[in-house]
Design a protein around this ligand. Structure first.
Ligand code: ADE
Length: 419
């Protein structure tokens, strides 16, 4: 079957293939699932529309879904996160893919709509833009869709709101909420890849810098930990008392953004909320402040407020814009305020995406088998799946763990035994 596609340059396919090969060698759990499910073809007859960052790791997921029998159409889920090499490699392999780096908002939705032309029976989202498009523009498609999956905290939040309003038309699995996803991807993946993006874009020394993390959730904590490890003085801003307490006891100063604005050298937002850094914060910042975002959407830094204060703007390095304010101070924005780890680097490392995408793959298989019988709401990943994936991942890493003896189980259940 011939595929339709729109990518930046199909000539990049060969270098994309090498990158996918590199990722495959670091995603043993997903590769083991590919090996296992190739025989039973659980996705045969299904058409999957996916809307998720086009990276080398995503290509490994796509190849695995196809190996299990699915036909695939794909778009990226962020205007700046597509690797053109990977998109080209996938197009050359026969995937119907509509994705290129730097597309406009109109083009972004055009790409999603092309994947829906394909009349999917399953949807796979990161940020819920695809499923929202089904609900708002093509609701008739919901009748043929068995179910969907959602990758990220922000997307799950949107879908729970849709379900609570009684508007969700088919069941969705919250991949983000699997422990083997959020405990690893959100913390270690975001931690490493966000610093990777900051360093590729700026090449500044982190040691000794005042580093402000907006939000101390799993992503913010991961970033804060890594920045601390590189010698930065780290502060976090929070609206949640427990998260703020956790940060404080983990050696991270907590302050309001109004105070942090004047203190920080480098800022990163990781909240999923809009307007974390706004005009009055830019007014207070030091000359040379560097700002970026690692949340799903680009609304955490209020760029219109910055534009309004700027007398000029230029691109000074790849993915780095310099704004000169009316009073002469320079403010630097990485990746236009979009996800710094994907706009300025390659996203989370393959080793951690291995678990996230093993969950995605099993989620698709689950929906193909059970979707039609599930209530149209947001469902959790079965605990059993989490444990199986963790066990498999440990095995691939050569890590062995103990098991309780019968006596120990009996001891744990014996409430009479004390001192
Ligand atoms: N989200 C964060 N990192 C990613 C990656 N490497 N691939 C796909 N989605 C991601």
């Amino acid at each position: 079957m011939s595929n339709n596609y729109k990518v930046a340059d199909i000539g990049l396919a060969e270098s994309g293939k090498l990158k996918i090969e590199w990722a495959e060698a670091r995603m043993p759990v997903l590769m083991a699932l590919r090996e296992k499910y190739i025989a039973t073809q659980p996705l045969k007859g299904h058409r999957i529309a996916g809307c998720l960052h086009v990276t080398k790791e995503t290509a490994v997921l796509i190849r695995t879904l196809r190996a299990a029998g699915a036909e695939i159409s794909w778009s990226g889920c962020n205007p700046l996160s597509t690797s053109d090499e990977i998109a080209a490699a996938l197009a050359a392999e026969g995937i119907s893919i509509y994705a290129w780096h730097g597309l406009s908002v109109d083009e972004f939705y055009w790409c999603i709509d092309r994947t829906l032309d394909f009349k999917p029976t399953l949807t796979l989202d990161d940020g819920a833009d695809l499923i929202t498009r089904v609900h708002t523009k093509f609701p008739e498609l919901a009748e043929i869709i068995y179910g969907g999956t959602e990758e990220t905290t922000t997307g799950v939040h949107r879908l729970r709101a849709m379900a609570a309003a009684g508007k969700l038309l088919y069941p969705v699995l919250a991949i983000n909420d699997a422990e083997t996803k959020w405990e690893f991807d959100n913390v270690y993946g975001t931690g490493q890849s966000s610093l990777d993006g900051i360093l590729r874009a700026t090449s500044v020394l982190l040691a000794g810098k005042n580093f402000v993390v907006g939000g101390y959730g799993h992503c913010g904590r991961g970033v804060a930990d890594r920045a601390k490890g590189m010698g930065a003085h780290v502060a976090a801003t929070e609206i949640d008392a427990i998260a703020a307490l956790k940060a404080t006891l983990e050696g991270v100063r907590v302050m309001k953004m109004d105070e942090a604005a004047a203190w920080g050298d480098i800022f990163i937002t990781a909240t999923g909320m809009k307007d974390i850094i706004v005009g009055r914060h830019f007014d207070a910042m030091r000359d040379g402040a560097i700002i970026c975002n690692t949340g799903h959407y680009d609304c955490e830094i209020n760029l219109p407020d910055l534009e309004a204060r700027a007398r000029s703007k230029r691109t000074i390095r790849d993915n780095l814009e310099e704004y000169i304010l009316q009073d002469g101070r320079r403010i630097y924005i990485i990746g236009q305020g979009r996800l710094v780890n994907l706009a300025a680097a390659e996203g989370h490392p393959s080793e951690v995406m291995d678990m996230s995408f093993a969950n995605q793959f099993l989620g698709m298989v689950h929906m193909a088998e059970k979707g039609k019988s599930l209530e149209a709401t947001v469902h959790d990943i079965p605990r059993k799946q989490d444990l199986e994936l963790a066990t498999l991942k440990l095995a691939t890493m050569g890590v062995a763990i103990d098991a309780l003896t019968e006596e120990q189980v009996a001891y744990a259940d014996n409430y009479l035994e004390g001192t």
